[in-house]
Design a protein around this ligand. Sequence first.
Ligand code: FE
Length: 189
Amino acid sequence: MNHTHLSLADQIFNLFETRGNATYGEDVTVLQHSLQSAHFAREAGVSEALIVAALLHDIGHLIHTEGEDIAERGVDAEHEDIGDEWLSAHFPAEITEPARLHVAAKRYLCAVNSAYLSELSEASVLSLSLQGGPMTLEEQASFEKEPFFQDALTLRKFDDLGKEPSLEVAPLESYRELIEQFAFESNPV
Ligand code: FE
């Protein structure tokens, strides 16, 4: 499809609308999950950048071309890296870094907080082992040095909350201005 006439926000909304209806192993679709994550970020009163990060953290799920049963087949899509490559072309580090680190944040929290692992969704536990399992002490120490370490942990909290099948939240359109505010180019790309 030729996207040259579309704004970045429109391109993102198109991706969610055309590819965001897959459930990727959770009880919610990627679109529902992304909107709910952003909703909880908004509710918590975090920075605007972190709200956008929450909305877009799983965009890699919409870009990769594997099927939605990918984790069940024992494959890690590395959606956070696929998403990062795409997001980095359009947004600053305060958005891309917490998103890139959202899987690392899960591996970190599983290592430092035993209660955290028991509260994870089934799909998250399944993907954890494919993603490398809980972090080693060495991995924890280097993760703590990441400039966006705290934001990554905060984003992870919204990520884990955004899995409610019956929760209705604000639509994509309510994030248009925020997306346009942070995007490198307001002109069509
Ligand atoms: Fe997520």
